[in-house]
Design a protein around this ligand. Structure first.
Ligand code: P1T
Length: 377
């Protein structure tokens, strides 16, 4: 089997047999000619299947070590497809730190499901939350925005021993840094809007699995519900994926430097980064990840007022939602990405700031943060 970087560039993307083009063509056709009824070359209608999307699906599936992969119009559309495989009344054990939109999807859209938030870095909490109708364990690791780390092999064992499945949102880690399926997970979901796309210019999602019955369900839902990405969206994610490995190396290096600098800064209270030895999930992250990722969160002694001031003061770190692209971003989760979880067990400390550390010159990033932190004295 070829290495990760080789798969990222070539998997699903042989040169075009007609023209020799080395990049998969952008197939905008919505429909495909049939030589007789039901006789075609693999594609009928672009909601059901599209050649540019197929290239992306083959590529990302191979990066996740998955036999099957399906692309969606957004990360939430991918999550929605997975949740639709459940029956009314089914119960999920979910990490108590999740992207706010995932919580909103569970709490406000899939109201026929039940879910219990637990600290998934504490396996006994998952055991205590278990019910006879528990079908899924759903975890982000590292989580958004607290960068909590869950032991995926242990969670998979726990879920399987009780007849449930483990779903891992691998958005923060990416398949370059972490392989949930190899650790026992049944499904991986992604917001490809983030590191896989990598350039803040496309919204997308992905589901990967090795289980044929889950794959068939997800494919049926992808076609029946129709939350598919456009061919151009697929083209952009495919292009982003080609440089994922080199981008992640730089994200990790820069984030490691930023976390160390913040941990040393007088104005900073707590730094959340799995690469710091003091992080409670450090040992597990070191075991199950290839690097510690590009996301860093921290609180300030000055509380929310100081956080708001710093968020408004950085120059290189742009104040904006989202993450995972080449440029550095800063955001205030409790009022931005996680505003919808206010008042729930998923609520985020208003003193918290989240950084998506980009791949700019590391010295420039440290200088920008240092200058912004000096504004709060
Ligand atoms: O935005 P969308 O492509 O639909 O993906 C949703 C999603 C799913 N999972 C994780 C871990 C995420 O972080 C997100 C989206 N998150 C942000 C927009 C954010 O700034 O945190």
């Amino acid at each position: 089997m070829a290495g990760f970087e080789t798969l990222a560039i070539h998997s699903g993307q042989p040169s075009d047999p007609v023209t020799g083009a080395v990049v998969p063509p952008l197939h905008l056709a919505t429909t495909f000619a049939q030589s007789a009824v039901g006789v075609h070359r693999g594609f009928e209608y672009s909601r059901t299947g599209n050649p540019t999307r197929a290239a992306l699906e083959t590529c990302i599936a191979s990066l996740e070590g998955a036999a099957f992969g399906r692309a969606f119009a957004s990360g939430l559309a991918a999550e929605d497809a997975v949740l639709r495989t459940l029956d009314p009344g089914d119960h999920l054990v979910v990490g108590d730190n999740l992207y706010g939109g995932t919580h909103r999807l569970l709490a406000q859209v899939h109201t026929q499901l039940r879910f219990s938030p637990v600290a998934l870095d504490d396996l006994s909490a998952a055991e205590r939350a278990w019910r006879p109708e528990t079908r899924l364990v759903w975890v982000e690791t590292p989580s958004n925005p607290y960068l909590r780390v869950a032991d995926l092999a242990a969670l998979a064992d726990l879920a399987h021993a009780r007849g449930a499945r483990l779903v891992v949102d691998n958005t923060f880690a990416t398949p370059y840094l972490q392989s949930p399926l190899a650790l026992g997970a049944d499904l991986v979901v992604h917001s490809t809007t983030k590191y896989l796309g990598g350039h803040s210019d496309v919204v997308g999602g992905f589901v990967a699995t090795n289980a044929p019955e889950i794959a068939a369900d997800v494919a049926r839902l992808q076609n029946s519900v129709g939350a598919v990405p456009s061919p151009f969206d697929c083209f952009l994610v495919l292009r982003g994926v080609k440089t994922l490995a080199v981008r992640m190396e730089r994200h990790c290096a820069n984030a490691g430097r930023v976390a160390a600098m913040l941990a040393d800064h007088d104005a900073v209270d707590t730094v959340y980064y799995p690469g710091l030895p003091a992080h409670p999930g450090h040992a597990i992250a070191a075991r199950q990840m290839r690097g510690f990722g590009g996301m860093v969160s921290f609180t300030l002694h000055g509380g929310e007022p100081a956080a708001l001031e710093v968020a408004a003061s950085t120059q290189l770190f742009t104040l904006a939602e989202s993450l995972g692209a080449v440029e550095s971003l800063i955001e205030h989760p409790s009022r931005m990405t996680h505003a919808s979880v206010a008042g729930s067990p998923f609520a985020v400390d208003p003193a918290l700031l989240r950084l998506s550390v980009g791949i700019e010159d590391g010295d420039d990033l440290l200088e920008d943060l240092d200058r912004a932190l000096s504004t709060i004295g």
